[in-house]
Design a protein around this ligand. Structure first.
Ligand code: C2E
Ligand code: CA
Ligand code: CA
Ligand code: CA
Length: 278
């Protein structure tokens, strides 16, 4: 299994040792990825479900590995979390995202925001608040134009993450819980979290029209958000029927392949410009 070639894994159940060795190799390469300019950020538009018009976009990182080609964030973000290089990656993505958000606004006049994923380890960084504010300042982007996406498990009962998010919100940055509904949910606790938006996990959206519980769970999340005065974003919308059902249930914002895939900076700019044109 030289270079941990993925084909060799396909032949048998990847053992823990192989997986770990492969992650070690990836981790080593990852140290050079930021400085080596191998990271790219894509932007997936988020739309107003009532009009279909874009209101913002989620920044999603990609790694163009010199040998392996494109590596999914699902494969390298967990490794970056373990090695700590996520701090550097996270700030890189944030910086890019803030600059792009400003360019969309400059080009089209629209008041777009950008939503950036923040990993659990970043939330433990005592410098995060200062780093985010300095990045916004350098980019010239108002804090109100930035949303940070965090997972519930990264913030529940956390003595570092909660004050960090409170401080950012005090400056106008908004906080979304990503993949909502898949985590640990104490409803009573939710009322005390420093959050603004619930992102409905795409597993529920995928199951919205079917025979499973996706529809009921989605409706419950939307009602809960209404009671708690939180916004809702549905992710993974792939069909017009899913979009229509979400509108009917009262969800305001959505994203998914039905509207647009994650786009390159050039394509995202074009998307924001044309959709504001008329
Ligand atoms: P996520 O934050 O839940 O991001 C949504 C994922 O769903 C993205 O995968 C996106 O490309 C995909 N997606 C969007 N619309 C659809 C759809 O209609 N159908 C389906 N099946 N999928 C859709 P991606 O880009 O591969 O990212 C995977 C995960 O990697 C993200 O999940 C997030 O947890 C993590 N990630 C990506 N970028 C970053 C980053 O900059 N920082 C951190 N910490 N994590 C990131
Ligand atoms: Ca996300
Ligand atoms: Ca998500
Ligand atoms: Ca997800």
């Amino acid at each position: 299994a030289k270079r941990g070639a993925p084909q060799s894994f396909a032949l048998y159940e990847p053992g823990m040792l192989d997986r770990r060795r492969d992650d070690d190799l990836l981790g080593r390469d990852l140290d050079n990825a930021v400085a080596g300019g191998q990271l790219e950020v894509r932007y997936q538009p988020m739309v107003d479900l009532a009009t279909g018009r874009p209101i913002g976009a989620e920044a999603l990182v990609r790694w163009r590995h010199p040998v392996r080609g494109m590596v999914s964030p699902l494969d390298f973000i967990p490794v970056a979390e373990r090695t700590g290089v996520i701090a550097e990656i996270g700030l890189y993505v944030l910086e890019q995202a803030c600059h792009q958000a400003l360019s969309w606004r400059r080009a089209s006049g629209g008041d777009f925001y950008v939503s950036v994923n923040v990993s659990p380890r970043q939330l433990q960084d005592p410098d995060l608040v200062a780093d985010v504010l300095a990045t916004l300042d350098r980019a010239g982007l108002a804090p109100q134009r930035l949303v940070l996406e965090v997972t519930e498990s990264a913030i529940v009962d956390d003595q570092v993450a909660i004050p960090t998010l409170q401080a950012l919100r005090a400056h106008g940055v908004r906080v979304a819980i990503d993949d909502f509904g898949t985590g640990y949910s104490s409803l009573q606790y939710l009322t005390r979290l420093p959050i603004d938006i619930l992102k409905i996990d795409r597993s529920f959206v995928a199951d919205l029209i079917g025979t499973g519980h996706g529809g009921a769970v989605t409706e419950a999340i939307i009602r809960l958000a209404q009671v708690l005065d939180l916004g809702t974003v549905a992710e993974g919308i792939e069909t017009p029927a899913q979009a229509a059902e979400l509108r009917r249930l009262g969800c305001r914002t959505g994203q998914g392949y039905h509207y647009a895939k994650p786009l390159t900076t050039a394509d995202a700019l074009a998307y924001f410009m044309t959709s504001q044109a008329d």
